[in-house]
Ligand binder design. Structure first.
Ligand code: ZN
Length: 278
């Protein structure tokens, strides 16, 4: 959290407010937020730079400030807010870690309760995101390419989907939701999936992520879009966070257990585990 849909929604929000704005000052309120520079060096390098067009790779925001680039990972509790002017609640909030002020007085804030969010100021974004797997919504990630991707591995399917080097952007929520849509138990070995199941999973991932973007993302704990609004996709989640509640498809009780250290939700009827009782 936030995962691909939430980061994509932030990107789209920033697309409206950021490009062309000139950075007047940068204040790094918690030095650990900037992974690559001291607060002073960071402020010096971005001062006078103009934002280019925001991009995204997996769960990373890529914000060009030519000739450099800010790569931002919001991790668990990171929130960005593009404010049209100084916003005192954000300006003085104890969890505000970074404030970028533009020459027209608008601001970009980074607030982060748990201090996990990271900003990288780099010349080439690939130095941060170069090892990521393919984008799940990219046109060139066809069902055949996805199939080939899975066939290179022999691991439990849930941790495989969470591995950002295999496929970029899925986290706990959308991995659980995609597996439910596809009717695949999270503990299945990736090499045990039939050709039909692999196609179902491919379609499920793309549909689940696309719909979540349309809904403005899922606000489970802290996620808010760039305009600080909450998403609504949490209201339609089928399994994630719904332990003990009925499966929307069959009415069975949703089960939660821990898979590879992550809380994992599934329906014991729609997602059977061959040879094992769930
Ligand atoms: Zn079910």
């Amino acid at each position: 959290m936030p995962e691909l849909p939430e980061v994509e929604c932030v990107r789209r929000g920033l697309l409206r407010s950021l490009p062309g704005q000139e950075i007047a000052t940068a204040r790094v309120l918690w030095p650990g937020s900037v992974a690559t520079h001291t607060p002073e060096a960071f402020a010096e390098l971005v001062r006078g730079a103009r934002w280019g067009v925001p991009d995204r790779r997996g769960k990373y925001l890529i914000l060009p400030v030519p000739p450099r680039c800010l790569v931002v990972h919001l991790r668990m509790t990171g929130r960005r807010f593009a404010a049209p002017h100084r916003d005192d609640e954000w300006e003085y909030h104890p969890h505000t870690r970074l404030i970028l002020e533009h020459t027209d007085g608008s601001r970009l804030y980074l607030r982060d309760i748990r201090k996990f969010a990271r900003v990288y100021l780099v010349e080439d974004p690939l130095s941060v995101v170069g090892a990521l797997g393919p984008e799940p919504l990219a046109e060139d990630l066809t069902a055949e390419v996805f199939d080939a991707l899975l066939s290179r591995h022999r691991r439990q399917i849930k941790p495989l989907l969470l591995d950002q080097h295999v496929i970029a952007g899925l986290g706990n929520i959308y991995a659980d939701e995609s597996l439910w849509v596809a009717g695949i138990h999270p503990l299945r070995s990736s090499d045990s999936l039939s050709a039909l199941e692999r196609v179902r999973l491919y379609k499920a991932i793309r549909n689940v992520l696309s719909q979540a973007i349309v809904d403005g993302g899922s606000t489970i704990r802290d996620y808010h879009g760039a305009d600080d609004r909450r998403g609504s996709h949490q209201q339609v989640l089928a399994v994630y966070g719904r332990r003990g509640r009925p499966c929307p498809r069959c009415g069975s009780e949703i089960i939660r257990s821990v898979v590879a250290q992550r809380g994992t939700h599934w329906c014991p009827t729609c997602q059977p585990l061959p040879g094992l009782q769930p």
